[in-house]
Design a protein around this ligand. Structure first.
Ligand code: FMN
Length: 350
């Protein structure tokens, strides 16, 4: 007899520590495998990859005998509302790009290969598929569920929580403004991102989401120690999803200069910025973030345009022009193996 979705959600809540998907390098098959062996649920990051690369990573994790793991996919948004503001911003980056020996790329729109990824996932049946930057259509959700997959949607406010529940999601990843990298907001309206991240903090958000839906909630944002885990679970979450806490571990594929920056005294704070991608994201406050506080909305156009600059900066270890994405708990990120970090976090769930 196969388990019902409710049974499977219950089984997942016995794995209260989730290792967040981290696109752009940090999430590796090795991190997902280490998470599973340590009793946590790891996620592969489908974002920015081809469907074929995503499938190859799924196969690597399966071949290691991991029974339960997740895959994360970005939901496509709309082209930038003010392309002229995007073009002006990209033109203003010429000097920044020249420093590491690059030029800005084209501010092109794309859907991050949505159809190919959904086709792979419909056939591939990971235990959980989480969506970020929006809620997929109800028929996609139903199709994935029919294959035995649980569908999670990342939400950042009660309105998004209600709409994901109405579309048929099995569970919600509630992301607070403390979280590292992109805010998973459904929309990306023009206007400055609030400097400290917008709206209430994670614990208040868990309560606000629980007021509009009975779906199980997994909490994300700024959780980097056992106390943070205990607080999120006490607030009503069934699990927590931590990202930044794993950025420095040996299984993380984060760039060495990114790993190093998280522990360097000269980086003292994080900011929410659109400077690298055109979407609000939390990063260490380096020179690029501080000098481009007024970057406009335009995702993925600005992300595509800054890619050559970011790649050249990373190649030369230029921490002042790299996207050093990190959550507010970055100082607690340790370089110990993922299993030890999971063990430490899991103490907060006991
Ligand atoms: C470097 C980095 C990359 C991330 N990439 C993704 C991603 O591809 N998809 C996603 O849903 N969330 C992504 N996140 C956000 C995480 O899912 C999660 O919300 C966040 O890490 C939680 O906050 P914390 O970093 O303070 O633990 C990323 C976070 C980081 C730090």
């Amino acid at each position: 007899m196969t388990d019902s979705p409710a049974d499977r959600v219950r089984q997942l809540s016995e794995l209260p520590i989730w290792v967040a998907p981290m696109a752009g390098g940090p999430s590796t098959a090795a991190l997902v495998i280490a998470a599973a062996r340590a009793g946590a649920l790891g996620f592969l990051a489908g974002g920015y990859k081809t469907a074929e690369t995503m499938l190859a990573e799924i196969s690597t994790v399966r071949a290691a005998g991991v029974p339960g793991f997740g895959v994360n996919v970005f939901v496509p948004g709309q082209p930038a509302r003010h392309p002229e503001a995007v073009a002006d911003y990209v033109a203003s980056l010429r000097d920044d790009a020249r420093a590491p020996g690059a030029a800005p790329g084209e501010p092109s729109w794309d859907d991050d290969r949505w159809t190919g990824k959904i086709t792979v996932l419909m056939a591939g049946r990971p235990s959980v598929i989480s969506f970020t930057f929006g809620c997929p259509p109800a028929d996609v959700i139903r199709g994935l569920q029919a294959g035995g997959t649980l569908v999670a949607v990342t939400v950042t406010d009660p309105r998004e929580a209600a709409s994901a529940a109405a579309a048929g999601a099995d569970l919600l990843c509630v992301q607070g403004p403390e979280a590292g990298a992109h805010r998973g907001t459904f929309a990306n309206p023009p206007g400055p991102p609030a400097r400290g991240g917008s709206g209430p903090g994670l614990l208040a958000l868990i309560g606000a989401a629980a007021a509009v839906t009975d779906l199980p909630l997994v909490a994300a944002g700024g959780i980097a120690d056992a106390r943070g885990v205990a607080a999120a679970l006490s607030a009503g979450a069934v699990g927590v999803q931590a990202g930044t806490a794993f950025l420095r571990c040996p299984e993380s594929g984060a760039h060495p200069a990114h790993k190093a920056a998280l522990a360097e005294p000269r980086f003292t704070s994080t900011e929410v910025t659109r400077a690298f991608s055109g979407r609000p994201a939390r990063a260490l406050a380096n020179k690029f973030v501080l000098e481009h506080a007024g970057a406009p909305a335009g995702y993925p156009e600005i992300n595509n345009a800054t890619r050559p600059l970011r790649a050249a900066a990373a190649a030369s270890g230029d921490q002042d022009r790299m996207s050093l994405y990190a959550g507010t708990g970055f100082r607690s990120a340790s370089d110990r193996p993922a299993a030890e970090i999971i063990e430490q976090l899991a103490a907060g769930a006991r």
